[in-house]
Design a protein around this ligand. Structure first.
Ligand SMILES: *[C@@H]1O[C@H](CO)[C@@H](O)[C@H](O)[C@H]1NC(C)=O
Ligand SMILES: *[C@@H]1O[C@H](CO)[C@@H](O)[C@H](O)[C@H]1NC(C)=O
Ligand SMILES: *[C@@H]1O[C@H](CO)[C@@H](O)[C@H](O)[C@H]1NC(C)=O
Ligand SMILES: *[C@@H]1O[C@H](CO)[C@@H](O)[C@H](O)[C@H]1NC(C)=O
Ligand SMILES: *[C@@H]1O[C@H](CO)[C@@H](O)[C@H](O)[C@H]1NC(C)=O
Ligand SMILES: *[C@@H]1O[C@H](CO)[C@@H](O)[C@H](O)[C@H]1NC(C)=O
Length: 540
């Protein structure tokens, strides 16, 4: 008995102990999760320390440690789900469940009660039933995009056609960007008074519903006299051009994001130099080219919206004008020639302009050095500020649209690596068309649309794959940047009326996004070849 009691007592105590322990554990878990949530930072997509990146950028001659330049990752590719959740969409996605369709159906039926004559062939596109039929058809057809914000359908070319515009976001895309489409639908009136879509036109086929073009406005706001007091009352972080100029795009990103990070940390407006030099390393067959525009590659409109920036020419002019007018009341400037002055030491600096001059010899004049050492722990690179050029993304969207968003993607690295047999002994052979075909079999179903993102320049190189797949390469879409195209016209306007070459870096940006958007992604390293990405014996 007593044994029973004691065992019962033991049981109770044990239970109590366990429940206490569980509660304690629970508290610890909650605390840990809270801590993780609080200290969580969006991932740095390169997952590299400052030290490692410095090593890469300072040992330019060392091919082994060069970063891959055939894919460009930007902020929109790395946003985590939590970042997306925090942004409210203008409209919820049009996920029509059966319930809502039925509700709309009923409204429609009520509206058309008694006025439904199925002998009339012509279709009134503003009839609510038309919208219901189109939404249903879209949901059944476009499983890879979320649809938003339909406009009211309007008459198409024939009296059984309706054109409608809507916005969408690919399910694969993590950025907050929205795209527009407008298509033509052929409909049939049912005896039941409903409508059925019998044909959906191609991307942008609904000419009569074409929305007014959504203008990219990345023009530089000019400061007029009235803005001068505002100018005087802001605080700026100004970086002189450093040794990064004309270095590769990866180094530019690494440095530019460091600068933006410091500006955000100091709560200052960053002065952006739009005058850009494209390194020959990002544009095979060319040397370094100055006189490019940052907006060819990145989304300056997004940058202006997402943080406080001012264009450098405007900034310098306003500064000069101010000093001319107020010749005894110069704008306070703190010049910082020494990289060793950390952002933390500048936190309480009151001067209007904080000017880092970067006039030491290379590599001590690289912008990213500001974010090394102690600062690395404090300055977060704001990756979410840097998106690819919307003009290039429009090209990506058009290509995806022409593939109905239903394709697989393969990234084939060749170029100099394939020629360097010392560091990549098998790459060349493994990325031969025959070998790729072998590797893709079993991974990608025969007959699928396959987009190949590649730095191989030989025309027709991948033709052998066409026997098994519908192969798509960037050059198949040349018309999207050819003279007369939207991209051509817009970049020309941006470039003071001079036409802009579709260069190697732009190709990489479009190819990268196409690769990310594929349903399946097959990478060169690990999947097509067992050579190591960074050369022999560097595999992890
Ligand atoms: C390249 O750099 C790495 C790391 O700094 C080093 O281990 C390697 O020996 C270097 N290779 C050459 C060829 O200099
Ligand atoms: C919607 O209705 C159709 C047919 O009435 C049915 O096959 C389908 O499973 C339903 N979908 C949902 C999400 O309930
Ligand atoms: C088309 O339908 C809308 C909405 O039901 C109605 O307001 C309009 O008068 C109709 N137009 C014609 C020509 O029947
Ligand atoms: C573009 O934006 C600037 C200010 O940033 C504004 O002054 C200008 O009017 C805009 N242009 C168009 C066409 O909307
Ligand atoms: C940042 O600066 C703005 C204006 O210069 C000011 O309104 C704001 O309070 C500052 N925020 C912090 C955190 O210092
Ligand atoms: C581009 O400009 C040319 C000449 O002004 C014009 O004919 C063409 O329609 C424009 N292209 C687009 C897509 O707007």
């Amino acid at each position: 008995m007593s044994r029973g009691i004691s065992s019962e007592g033991f049981g109770e105590n044990a239970l109590k102990f366990i429940s206490n322990a569980c509660f304690g554990l629970f508290v610890i878990i909650v605390l840990t999760l809270t801590l993780i949530a609080v200290t969580y930072q969006p991932p740095d997509p390169w997952l590299q320390s400052s030290k490692f990146m410095s090593k890469i950028f300072t040992s330019v001659e060392n091919a082994t440690y060069q970063k891959d330049t055939s894919i460009l990752v930007t902020g929109e590719d790395v946003l985590s789900i939590s970042d997306i959740g925090s942004v409210a969409f203008a409209d919820p996605p049009a996920t029509i469940t059966n319930v809502t369709v039925r509700a709309e159906d009923e409204a429609y039926l009520r509206a058309s009660m008694g006025s439904c004559d199925s002998s009339i062939e012509a279709i009134n596109c503003s009839d609510p039933g038309v919208m219901v039929a189109i939404k249903k058809a879209n949901l059944a057809t476009f499983s890879d995009i979320n649809l938003y914000a339909y406009r009211t359908p309007v008459r198409g070319s024939a009296n059984t056609d309706c054109d409608v515009a809507w916005r969408f976001k690919p399910k694969k895309e993590h950025s907050h960007r929205m795209y527009r489409d407008f298509r033509r639908y052929k409909l049939r009136r049912e005896a039941s008074c409903g409508f059925t879509v019998i044909d959906i036109g191609d991307l942008h086929s609904g000419e009569n519903a074409r929305p007014q073009k959504f203008r990219i406005n990345d023009s530089v706001p000019t400061l007029d006299q009235a803005d001068m007091s505002k100018f005087r009352n802001s605080k700026y972080l100004y970086y002189s051009r450093g040794g990064d100029y004309c270095k590769g795009m990866n180094q530019f990103q690494w440095s530019f994001l460091c600068a933006l990070g410091e500006a955000q940390y100091l709560n200052r407006t960053f002065v952006v130099d739009l005058d850009f030099c494209l390194s020959g390393s990002n544009n095979p067959g060319h040397g370094d080219e100055t006189g490019k525009d940052l907006r060819f590659y990145f989304d300056y409109e997004h940058l202006m919206e997402a943080t406080s920036v001012i264009e450098q020419k405007q900034f310098l002019k306003a500064w000069q004008d101010w000093n001319k007018i107020h010749n005894h009341n110069y704008i306070p400037v703190r010049v910082v020639p020494d990289l060793k002055v950390t952002p933390m030491q500048l936190r309480s600096e009151e001067s209007t302009v904080l000017w880092r001059t970067f006039d030491q010899p290379e590599p001590n004049n690289y912008w990213y050095r500001v974010c090394e050492g102690e600062s690395e722990k404090v300055i977060q690179r704001p990756w979410h500020l840097l998106w690819k050029s919307k003009r290039l993304m429009d090209i990506v969207t058009t290509i995806c649209g022409s593939l109905e968003w239903d394709f697989d993607a393969v990234h084939i690295v060749r170029g100099q690596k394939a020629q360097n047999k010392e560091l990549w002994p098998n790459l060349d052979a493994d990325t031969s068309p025959e070998s790729i075909l072998q590797k893709l079999k079993g991974k990608i179903e025969e007959g699928r649309n396959v987009y190949i993102a590649t730095n191989e320049v030989l025309p027709g190189y991948f033709d052998k794959l066409r026997t098994s797949y519908k192969i798509h390469l960037l050059d198949d879409y040349k018309h999207l940047w050819a003279p007369g195209s939207e991209w051509y016209n817009e970049t020309k306007a941006l470039n003071n009326g001079h036409s802009v070459d579709f260069d190697g870096q732009m190709r990489v940006e479009v190819d990268s996004e196409m690769f990310f958007r594929g349903k399946k992604h097959i990478e060169t390293f690990d999947e097509i070849t067992l050579d190591c990405k960074d050369g022999v014996n560097t595999c992890k």
